[in-house]
Design a protein. Structure first.
Length: 328
């Protein structure tokens, strides 16, 4: 009698944490291979492991097809191609070369792994001899002189078979310039994933080694965003969507989960990609190597947190390994 009159028993959250099955029943965020985009570095000749990124290599076209097929078989829906060209000059003339590594890899992938979405990075930093993301006028990057070069590069990738082009140079109006040129050249169906909110981050170091795209002088603070800003990121994203971006990106991911979350809340209808960048990957590899963290657990925790923050998909160098861990 006494029991029936008393208040309901207090909530005991541990009841649903007792077993793996119970935890699974109440899990709020799911992670699957279908959430991942796998970045690949394609080159003609200079193949081999990237020392700053254990498990990552520069690949020739057949190597790229092999790894992309593995990704597709693991349930990963897309790859992101970065070119490491042999030739560099101030005009980035290799960027739109139809026989450059990215164009060749894109057409080989469309022919040999047709189920995979092919995304190509569109930026000049690996193609300029000075390593800057645009065409220089003196020591400044000339925004508007860079736009047609990016638009031509995007069209070369589209002509080779890219499904999505991903401009990463943070030039103002790059999305509009690329959209206009793609449409004019007969590629209205090719989508644009804009690196809309890309921060001037210290976490790109290993990538710049892999893609051989570090600036020879100065930094990228005149075009990439200040890590202190989030309202500006929302504005960048809205602007890119107005210019015609089909998907938008926040990059890096881990130190910017609040940005991902704010974008998701503000624009719930826009596909949102987060880039779990090279430095974030290398940190986990280094911690695991020193016995400071379990690589599987740490990587899956990070990827889950990026999904929880609101990303629809995640570009990650851990994609293949994470897909295998998730299926185990
Ligand atoms: C090119 C580009 C960079 C990355 C992606 N595209 C380097 C940079 O902006 O310096 C970084 C990716 C990573 O660190 O994994 N602009």
């Amino acid at each position: 009698m006494k029991l029936m009159n008393s208040l309901p028993p207090a909530w005991r959250p541990r009841r649903l944490r007792r077993t793996s099955a119970l935890r699974c029943l109440v899990r709020e965020t799911s992670l699957a291979p279908a959430d991942f985009i796998y970045p690949l570095f394609v080159t003609h000749s200079d193949t081999g492991p990237v020392l700053s990124m254990p498990g990552v290599a520069r690949l020739d076209v057949p190597g790229c097809v092999r790894l992309a097929r593995e990704a597709a078989e693991a349930g990963i829906p897309g790859v992101l191609l970065f070119g490491v060209p042999e030739h560099k000059d101030p005009a980035a003339s290799g960027a739109a070369d139809p026989s450059g590594p990215v164009a060749l890899a894109a057409s080989a992938l469309k022919a040999q792994v047709p189920e995979l979405a092919v995304i190509t990075d569109v930026c000049l930093c690996s193609y300029t001899d000075h390593g800057h993301c645009g065409i220089l006028a003196g020591d400044r990057i000339d925004n508007d002189a860079t736009l047609p070069v990016l638009a031509n590069m995007a069209c070369a990738h589209a002509a080779a078979g890219a499904d999505i082009v991903a401009p990463s140079g943070m030039m103002d109006h790059m999305v509009a310039a690329i959209r206009r040129h793609l449409d004019a050249q007969g590629f209205p169906e090719v989508a644009i994933l804009s690196y809309s909110a890309k921060y001037a981050s210290s976490f790109y170091g290993p990538f710049r080694h892999a893609a051989d795209g570090a600036p020879k002088s100065g930094d990228r603070k005149t075009h990439q965003m200040d890590p202190a800003n989030v309202r500006e990121a929302l504005r960048e994203i809205e602007h890119d969507v107005q210019e015609g971006a089909d998907m938008v990106m926040v990059k890096p991911a881990l130190a910017y989960l609040d940005v991902i979350s704010r974008v998701r809340t503000r624009m719930p209808e826009v596909p949102l990609v987060a880039y779990n960048v090279s430095g974030e990957y290398a940190m986990i590899k280094a911690a695991a190597e020193q016995g400071l963290a379990d690589e599987r657990d740490a990587a899956l925790e990070v990827l889950t947190s990026i999904k929880r923050a609101g990303a629809d998909s995640i570009i990650t160098y851990h994609a293949l390994e994470a897909a295998a861990w998730l299926q185990a």
